[in-house]
Write a protein that binds this ligand. Structure first.
Ligand code: FUL
Length: 516
């Protein structure tokens, strides 16, 4: 009896029975006990892992946002309650042009703004007349959501929807009826347009037409998504993907996908992961803090969860198209810098392209985007260590170290159980010139590495070239161009056995000093 009681207590508090050597299990959420020893907390943190859909999302790496709407025609960033549907009349709108360029740029997903804060709907919704069906575009016969969904399918892209909870137009806004209206809109989007990979909820919550603010039924919104598109991640105001904290395009140098959440939020977390009732919006942490997941942060947590970062940024200063910004499109070099500082810092990149009044992505934007792609393709064309001989300080399995160079982020090298530091020496057939380091961790078993450095062997001694903290799904570091035939990666600190899936050295196709 006493045993049963102890076992249920242990299970209740997320302690794992000593089936084998007290190793924590991999899971997306884990509780921390009051007074739990630090080593045990760190071991748990090392085994917090992405859900299946979070993993699929992470591997997308690069997605594009499309902000197009009545604001495109009124030249505004945020609409007003003024009815401007008569202005929505793109003459050459071509969602295929968007998808073609976006897939050529190497992105894997489009997230379309289906309704911004102004309330104008880009599909012929049954629930309001403030939509494309009452605009001049295609004499009210158009459906932008259907066009983009079809174009994504044609070009092999995933499709996501942004639906603004804040609605300046709806007379229902500020009442319980609005939540029903919003859920009905979600149901239309999640039923009629095929597979949806991501639902993006904005945090903005302003006043509606009556000056009222809405109390959002987040729980109800999540339920609709879980029911209709269980594989879709819910981003920003949701449990699967977090906002990186700025709209600058730059993630943190130390970016943990395992973050602390307070004990008070445990019930909500458990419920949301099981797709049950949750209370408020799922925003467990202040996403603007500089440090989210260091040891100091996690040892005081009530629980830990896998909650990866998304970096959203526009190719222009604004999210919507403004002719006055045609000369302010970010350069290819700037976009490359953003890529290195988002995808290369363990985050997903969501780059916004705002189509112009004709309904096309402007030529300046296309030029920059494809310019970025050309630089990245040339840079990452050849892993210069591809045929290197590898000597590891320790291998769990002799053959596995070759997996570091196989281009597959799900195969990995690791150390023997218990070993948390390591060195990996790569010897090349001849001298190579390089200035970019690529590292990937096998996140299917968690994010663990806390500190590493890269050294080159020159004039009979090892010299440090660069160093970093977190790796996660992907880490890219640039440094002064160096020529060498022998390099060494040092894993200085890790929360459990380091599991590295990829190692690469490249030569940037543009000077590394000239990237801003
Ligand atoms: C913000 C919105 O207010 C902006 O207009 C834009 O949609 C951006 C992605 O999110 O919160």
């Amino acid at each position: 009896m006493k045993h049963i009681f102890t076992i249920s207590l242990l299970l209740l508090f997320g302690i794992y029975l000593p089936a084998q050597d007290l190793q924590p299990h991999n899971q997306q959420f884990v509780r921390i006990l009051p007074g739990e020893p630090i080593d045990s907390i760190i071991a748990k943190a090392a085994h917090v892992t992405p859900s299946k859909k979070q993993l699929v999302w992470q591997e997308i790496e690069f997605a594009c946002f499309i902000h197009f709407g009545v604001n495109t025609f009124t030249n505004r960033e945020w609409g007003t309650k003024e009815d401007v549907r008569h202005l929505y009349d793109p003459t050459q709108l071509d969602a295929r042009q968007w998808a073609k360029i976006i897939s050529e740029a190497g992105a894997k997903e489009i997230i379309l703004v289906t309704k911004h804060h102004d309330g104008f709907c880009h599909w012929p919704t049954k629930f309001t007349d403030y939509s494309v069906k009452n605009s001049p575009w295609k004499n009210g016969q158009g459906d932008l959501v259907a066009d983009v969904a079809a174009a994504c399918k044609e070009f092999g892209l995933k499709f996501g929807v942004y639906l603004s909870p804040w609605d300046i137009h709806s007379p229902l806004y500020g009442s319980e009826a609005y939540n029903e209206f919003f859920k009905n809109q979600l149901r239309e989007l999640l039923t009629n347009y095929g597979e949806i990979a991501e639902v993006w909820f904005d945090g903005a919550c302003g006043q509606g037409p009556n000056g009222q603010k809405q109390v959002y039924d987040w729980n109800g919104y999540y339920e609709v998504i879980h029911q209709l598109q269980p594989d879709a991640v819910i981003a920003i105001m949701g449990p699967d993907v977090r906002w990186v904290g700025t709209e600058s395009g730059y993630g943190r140098e130390t970016e943990w996908s395992v973050v602390p959440v307070s004990a008070g939020q445990l019930a909500e977390i458990a419920a949301s992961s099981q797709q049950k009732d949750v209370g408020g919006a799922f925003v467990p942490i202040d996403m603007m803090q500089a440090d989210l997941g260091s040891r100091e942060k996690i040892i005081n947590a009530g629980a830990l969860m896998w909650y990866p970062a998304e970096v959203d940024v526009s190719i222009r200063p604004g999210w919507f198209y403004h002719e006055s910004e045609d000369s302010l499109v970010k350069s290819p070099e700037k976009l490359v810098d953003i890529y290195f500082s988002s995808v290369g810092r363990n985050a997903g990149l969501l780059l916004n392209l705002p189509p112009d009044k004709c309904g096309l992505i402007h030529e300046n934007d296309v030029k920059s985007l494809l310019g970025m792609k050309a630089i990245l393709d040339k840079t990452f064309d050849k892993n210069l260590v591809k045929n290197a001989r590898i000597v590891a300080s320790e291998n769990r399995d002799e053959n596995r170290r070759e997996l570091l160079l196989d281009g597959d982020s799900r195969t990995f090298w690791t150390t023997k159980p218990g070993t948390k530091t390591a060195t990996l020496e790569f010897t090349l057939d001849n001298q190579q010139e390089f200035d970019v380091l690529l590292l990937q961790e096998n996140i299917t078993n968690g994010q663990r590495i806390e500190e590493f450095s890269l050294e080159v062997f020159k004039d009979g001694k090892w010299i440090e070239l660069t160093k970093g903290t977190t790796i996660g799904y992907k880490r890219l570091l640039r440094f002064e161009t160096t020529t060498a035939s022998k390099v060494r990666l040092k894993i200085i600190s890790s929360r459990d056995c380091p599991e590295l899936s990829e190692f690469g050295l490249f030569k940037s196709s543009i000077p590394v000093s000239n990237l801003n």
